[in-house]
Design a protein around this ligand. Structure first.
Ligand SMILES: [Zn+2]
Length: 224
């Protein structure tokens, strides 16, 4: 770019920053240009201690999460899902990659907990897929659509205990590309795990279709 071009590009950037100042993805305070996470939140997160990042779901499936689904993280994830802030995916992706490395998780293939077609149409993007793609790209591992949601049950963001959620999730997913997933260790990505009912149902569907093993990775987990 010419020198004048560079000057204009810098001015334009400053103008945009004035109009739309960068806000921290978590606390939503002004965080400074080019800083999607403010310095306070950089120090605060990940907030799940290393030894607690791994949990076993009720069926024994291992599930890893670097953040607690509470306070600013919860509000951040709600903006990610419902306020069209798909750019947060790359920021959460950094936390997920760190969690993967620190817990020495390996896999042959990556997939995600999919939205139903109706919900995808309404939202415009699949928040779990974006996360899976960020990880797959950084790791150089294929990201595949191994699951399809075949029943559009009510969103699980609301309340409901484990039994209600398990009944809700039962039979809601179907496997795809079984020939590709057979014999593979699969990393199943989602944004949040609460009771684990959805993650377990997806893991069960993948194992039934021939997956060698399934490990779950989510941005956040419930704080018990
Ligand atoms: Zn912050």
């Amino acid at each position: 770019m010419s020198e004048i071009g560079t000057v204009w590009s810098k001015l334009w950037d400053s103008f945009l920053e004035l109009l739309y100042p960068t806000r921290c993805c978590f606390c939503h305070r002004l965080s400074g240009k080019g800083k999607p996470v403010c310095k306070f939140c950089r120090e605060k997160y990940p907030d799940v201690p290393h030894e607690q990042q791994e949990q076993k779901l009720r069926d024994g499936t291992k599930c890893y999460s670097p953040l607690y689904y509470a306070g600013d993280v919860r509000r951040s994830l709600l903006r990610y899902k419902f306020e069209n802030l798909s750019g947060y995916g790359a920021i959460y992706g950094e936390f997920l990659l760190k969690c993967l490395d620190e817990n020495e998780i390996s896999c042959d293939s990556i997939t995600w907990v999919p939205l139903s077609r109706a919900r995808l149409r309404r939202r415009g993007y699949d928040q779990a897929r974006l996360l899976a793609e960020v990880i797959a790209k950084a790791k150089g591992i294929a990201c595949e659509a191994y699951l399809k949601k075949i029943r559009n049950n009510p969103a699980q963001s609301g309340s409901g205990g484990y039994e209600a959620r398990r009944a809700n999730a039962a039979g809601a997913y179907r496997s795809r590309q079984e020939e590709k997933l057979a014999g593979k260790s699969i990393l199943l990505v989602d944004d949040i795990v609460t009771t684990g009912a959805t993650a377990m149902e997806c893991a069960r569907t993948l194992r039934k279709a021939g997956a060698k093993s399934v490990t779950v990775l989510t941005v956040a987990r419930r704080k018990d």
